[in-house]
Design a binder for this molecule. Sequence first.
Ligand SMILES: Cc1cc2nc3c(=O)[nH]c(=O)nc-3n(C[C@H](O)[C@H](O)[C@H](O)COP(=O)(O)OP(=O)(O)OC[C@H]3O[C@@H](n4cnc5c(N)ncnc54)[C@H](O)[C@@H]3O)c2cc1C
Length: 504
Amino acid sequence: MKDSQKINIIGGGVAGLAAGIYGRLNGFDVTIFEMGQRTGGVCNSWEIAGYNVNGSIQWLVGSAPGIDFYKMWKELGVLDDMDFHYHDSFIEYKNIQGVDVHFYTDPNRLQQHLLSISPVDARLIGDLIHNIKLLSEANLTIGRAFDLLHAGNWTKVFTENIFGADVLEKYNHMSVRNFAKKFKSKIIKKAFENFWSPDMSMSFMLLQLSYAANRIAGYPIGGSGRFMEQLTKRYTDLGGKLVLGQKVTKILIEKNQAVGIQTEDSICHYSDYVISACDGTTVLLNLLEKNRADERTMDAYRTLETFPSLVYFSAGINRTFEEVDSSIIGLNIPLDRKLRVGNFKHQRVSFQIYNFDPTTSPLRKTLVTAILDSDYEYWKKLHDQGEKPYSKEKSRIGKELLKNLEREFPGISGQVDFIDIATPITYEKWTGNHNGSYKGWLPTPESTKTKISRHFPSLKRFYMAGHWVATGGGLPPAAYSGREAIQEICISEKILFEADTILK
Ligand SMILES: Cc1cc2nc3c(=O)[nH]c(=O)nc-3n(C[C@H](O)[C@H](O)[C@H](O)COP(=O)(O)OP(=O)(O)OC[C@H]3O[C@@H](n4cnc5c(N)ncnc54)[C@H](O)[C@@H]3O)c2cc1C
């Protein structure tokens, strides 16, 4: 078989590159077609005024041993020569009056701190810490596509992780907002609601806290750009082919079998298998013929909630910020007044102050970023009205954020090298993601119950990968789905999947 079976992959983000690397490790002839001028997709960095703006990774789950994803990143070659920074706090929640809440990554320290704020919540705090610890001891990822697991694998997964699995099952159906309501302390309640997205499932939040507790999720020095460089290098070093600046417009099908892709220049590129590793809605509605996906999957795409579209604020500041403790999400501060961003109103914002990564800025200067949830429709309308209103709105948001930073860091307004605002339109243009969403499906109690198909009985030799087929999104599930697509192809070729280190 070696090199005689050809795989075309649509999209050169983390999922496409991971599929490409495992494809090459298993001897396939692989070509990735990427519509952008560089690889990375959502996970990217860009240069402004001598700063290296990190556009994605805040942490990489699996940066250290203790979780299967670590072995996957080793296989993918991204950990070689990479330094990681481990934060002591998940988020620093600042109150103007009253007590600040520090979401320490060390569970014991977190427990003491929360108890010092609200002794009456001792029982709930105790439960929270107990569950974080239980999950920290479990390893809930598995080394094979779910469809490919046999009874022996399942037994191993459950017997090793029975307590962790119980915790996840219990909290899968509860949102963070509903969990927050249980606290008697208003300060803690509010802090939980602002931790991340309040509609997210509580089990997802517990998992994140357990990764932080285990120090298995670090920030790669050099950010998203450096991470993607490593991944791309591994792929091309293995002999993978990369076609940049070529948008795929169609998946070619003959006799219910994918036989290749067509690019926007109308050229057909034939292959034995096709893997789509780009926006799921585009694939199902535009690249495939109608009625290829099953009704349940189509329904999921119509009804499930996506991660919100983002406004991404970045600023280059001529200042060092030595006084700020680093944290995974950043310094969460209240705003003077509600800030309207599209149809969303923000009362608080988390600023990431990159005083822990010198590669993101010139000497003695600092990159500062903030992620603000917004909505695609608002920005689309504004953008359609022309460049002037669109730019004016971006500029208003930038100024408001700076004004609030001034309160925390007096003098900062005079130290600005640049301010840049990316909107859902920017994300859509760069990556093709539906409504500019940056992570696919939000892990809500509803979506965690829904199975989204990655291949369809009526279409052979076609597989889907990426954050649209892995609820909760993020780099590890996206990369893992690329790995799984190659595992499926190996099964259909009746060859042993290589680099299969995880369940051994
Ligand atoms: C601000 C921010 C912070 C984040 N923080 C984290 C974090 O801390 N940890 C974490 O794990 N994840 C994080 N993420 C999420 C993570 O970056 C994404 O989930 C992941 O990169 C998705 O990868 P993907 O390959 O599935 O999709 P994408 O990155 O969207 O890749 C799809 C690729 O397909 C290409 N493409 C689309 N359509 C076509 C076409 N028709 N033809 C050819 N090419 C096409 C696109 O250009 C793109 O390169 C963050 C994201 C953002 C924006």
